[in-house]
Design a protein around this ligand. Sequence first.
Ligand code: PGA
Length: 256
Amino acid sequence: MSRKFLIAGNWKMNLTPDESAALVDEINSLTGSQTSVQVCVCPPFTSLPVVSSKVEQSEVHLGAQNMHAEPSGAFTGEVSAEMLRSLYVSHVILGHSERRQYFGETNASINSKVIAAINANLRPVFCIGETLEEREAGKTMDVVGAQVREGLVNYPSSALDLLVVAYEPVWAIGTGKTATNEMAQEVHREVRKILSEIFGESAASSIRILYGGSMKPENAAGLLAQPDIDGGLIGGASLSSKSFCDIIEAALSTQA
Ligand code: PGA
């Protein structure tokens, strides 16, 4: 079992197409040819075409931040898996806590998107994580367990090579508060245990589980050194090529 690190940048609702082009040019020149750590950038929809044209010649992968579960139809404002595929998108963040919190996404609706994504051969970056209240009430493992089980209902074992899970404690996102290495590892270990209950131990041992929530160059190496942390989903620090590539460097040296 060897799991290659994945460092994914979630640009959220930031950057115009021109600004996105400039950022991806810098990322390409700093890290665009290495393949030891997988790198993915997830710009907003409006920047996907330009970033797609820029990553075509590099090893950087392209991700979207959301999609609709239906293939087409009267869903104003939404985008389908096939539309993403047409722009050479390979990854899609699904169930991010901001989508759960502000856009009413539930474990069931996220499950429909996860299944639609794999049916289109997209890699779901399936996000889970507890709120501060849930952690303080001692409910972290229950919440995360239900998110994994309900979000992955009917997930076929044959498509497990596509699955990426991202554990993002909600209280650590954009707050500057990071889970300690031990806190993060404890949840990652539990998530892998739940994955092994669903899919079997051997399959679970090859699924990547990313950590997200204020990951930055200063704390990346410690987090990435944990046995069940297989990369990062980076928000704020992915908007600067320097800090994003420093995290990739930390992954490269941790892996070496
Ligand atoms: P952050 O965001 O790195 O800014 O905390 C992570 C995320 O929301 O994916």
